[in-house]
Every structure is written in structure tokens, then in C-alpha cells.
Write a protein that binds this ligand. Sequence first.
Ligand SMILES: [Fe+2]
Ligand SMILES: [Fe+2]
Length: 153
Amino acid sequence: MQTRAPIIPSPEESDGGWEMIIWTDEYLTGNPGMDGDHRRLLALFNEFLTAVNAGQGDGAVRGVLDELTDYTRHHFAREERLMLEGRYPQYERHKKMHDTFSRQVADARDHLVVGSGMSAFLLSFLGGWLARHILGTDRDLGHFLSNRGAADH
Ligand SMILES: [Fe+2]
Ligand SMILES: [Fe+2]
């Protein structure tokens, strides 16, 4: 059986338009709080993608992107709290990834002109980063927390 790559393809690869990220159990980290957040994050990413693909105006696209950014902030804070509570040895490295990503998205958002290369960049950057980060870095954290039996907050 062929498994679908969770990373969204570029428009060239996908024959026009960006594809949604479909949730699969591959994204599960084992931490219910993180998993719930990740589902919501991917849903918000798909909303952003839909707005761009539908050719909605700058204001609408930026509004959806802001919602995604706000939720990302909330989610990163949750993971960072879990890491501190669980005395996670990779805390600094993981937090740095969150910080860099947040800065890059904020920069890109400030320069967003819908229909320009920037929205395509944001789509590929956001989608690719979220999928890879959840599948790698966040799953490592989830496994660590499960092994420790840390309570979810
Ligand atoms: Fe996460
Ligand atoms: Fe994370």
C-alpha cells in the first residue's frame, strides 16, 4: 500500500494549487494535549491554504494567517511548559526551533502580498515545517513524556 507523504507538495508537483495536510495517526505524539493542538493547527493551516487557493484578498488571508499564528503561540507555550515540567533534556533546542519559526512567520506575514511569491513561500514553509516538526521533534517529546508518565496539562 502506498502511504501518502505528509509533506505538502509544491504547486508544480501537485499540478496546480496546494494540497491540504490530511491528519493521519502518524502525527500522534502520545500526549493528548499536544495531539489536540496539532489537529487544530493543521486545520487552521488548511483554512489558510483554502483562502489562498480561493484567491481571497489580502485582508482575509492575513486574518486566517493571524489566527494560525496566535494558535501556534498558544501551542508552543503548552509544549514548552510540558518540557520544563518533565525536565526534558532537549528543551533549549526545541524551544529555539519554536522561536525561529515564530520569527520567520511574523516576518513573512508582514511582507505578505497575496498572489505574490510570498504566499506560496509561506504555504510551503508553514506546511512543510509543521508536518516535519510534529513528525520528528514533537513525536520525540511525546515519547519522552509518555515514558516518564508525565501528566497532561
Ligand atoms: Fe507541536
Ligand atoms: Fe514543538
